[in-house]
Design a protein around this ligand. Structure first.
Ligand code: SF4
Length: 382
């Protein structure tokens, strides 16, 4: 805690807020997207928005691993879990994400499917070794933070010659998503979302480095500041972005110098490059199909690819039409604009993916922004 406290210091936050207030041009607006749900939660938890001038707007981005998984791919995972002899493993939040027709992996488990929660991809190795009669499938999701661990799992399965282990790969790529937000044809239709700059994720960038952002910052003239997840990290990133925008610059700057370098983690990158290759396109929930938006397992390790081992048709989906997750993921709407928010849809009973994870925007609003019931009553009786 000794090292965290300094990044939550009230006096330092006040000083930083004053510095931002002086830098901000009152004659313009600053729309800054925090890509990652970890930033969104830090912003709400510590009331960062309340410390910023009213013309600095924070737009919540799509960086929540379970929120962006396209529903057909989750439906396919549920179908996979229902196959005889299959044990499906995934991270905890993934089990609660609603799929088509309000199904989920947790409900599939209640109906008899063998679905298990793991904390680490490598748990699949022990599971496969101990259960040679079963097919163990690791349902892999997430950004570049979790991809190296999945690569390591596949390499270990290869080394051990495990024939009953495979990976259903759904790993996605952060720079491709930011680039996609800026340049996909669909993005241009989102003309009500204005993004002047990005607060980039530090954990992803610790792996990939800051270099991958450089190309699109130059092409699209949008600055990116990679920032840590403490409140003062976020505020300093806002200050750096405001100054870049005032000066007409669009550079990649690194606020999180204590963990991120330009080159990133070479070992993790080598693991990913060995096992995975770029998919030509990949569907994201809310963002649609993004060129190079995800990775797949190279044919060299194809025997560990669940999509090759099993027949996995991607069918039509039927989601709750009242759920506004796709618009929220794109920054078009706020959770309170969803009629289900806080009533039908709560963290205990999520209707959409944004209410499930600790990184989901709806979950953040529910935890930190939801008006107290008394306030709601007063408003109703006013
Ligand atoms: S509140 Fe629930 S139903 Fe509404 S957008 Fe968020 S997750 Fe979807």
């Amino acid at each position: 805690m000794r090292y965290i406290r300094g990044f939550r210091d009230g006096a330092a936050a006040t000083a930083l807020a004053a510095r931002i207030a002086v830098a901000v041009d009152p004659g313009r607006e600053y729309h800054l997207m925090e890509f990652c749900g970890g930033h969104t939660h830090a912003i709400f938890r510590y009331g960062v928005e309340n410390l910023l001038p009213h013309n600095v707007r924070l737009v919540h981005g799509p960086g929540c691993p379970v929120c962006v998984l396209a529903t057909p791919r989750l439906d396919a995972a549920i179908a996979l879990a229902g196959l005889p002899g299959v044990t499906l493993l995934s991270y905890g939040d993934m089990l609660r994400v609603p799929a088509s027709k309000r199904r989920s992996l947790l409900k599939a488990r209640a109906q008899g499917a063998d679905v298990r929660m793991v904390y680490s991809a490598l748990e699949a190795l022990a599971m496969a070794g101990a259960n040679p009669e079963r097919q163990i499938v690791f349902f892999a999701i997430g950004f570049e933070t979790t991809t190296p661990a999945t690569a390591h799992l596949i390499l270990e399965a290869h080394r051990l010659g495990l024939d009953n282990l495979s990976v259903y790969c759904n790993h996605v790529l952060t720079p491709a998503a930011i680039q996609g937000i800026l340049e996909a044809p669909g993005t241009r239709q989102w003309d009500s979302v204005r993004i002047d700059g990005f607060i980039g994720p530090s954990h992803v960038s610790a792996v990939i480095g800051s270099r991958p952002y450089e190309a699109f910052a130059a092409t699209h003239r949008r600055p990116v500041v990679i920032a840590g997840f403490e409140p003062l990290d976020v505020m300093q990133a806002v200050d750096m972005l405001v100054r870049q925008l005032n000066e007409g610059r669009a550079c990649i700057e690194n606020q999180f110098t204590r963990g991120v370098t330009r080159e990133g983690n070479g070992k993790a990158q080598a693991l990913m490059a060995e096992v995975f290759e770029l998919r030509p396109s990949f569907e994201w929930r809310g963002l649609g199909v993004l060129a190079g938006g995800g990775v797949r397992i190279r044919s060299k390790y194809g025997r560990f690819d669940a999509e090759r081992r099993f027949s996995m048709p991607m069918g039509q989906t039927r989601e709750n039409s009242a759920c506004q997750c796709p618009s929220i993921i794109r920054g078009l709407k706020k959770p309170q604009e969803c009629t289900l928010f806080g009533t039908v849809c709560t963290p205990r009973n999520p209707i959409g993916s944004c209410m499930v994870s600790a990184e989901g925007v709806c979950a953040a609003y529910y935890k930190y922004r939801r008006p107290a019931p008394a306030a709601v009553d007063r408003a109703h009786h006013a």
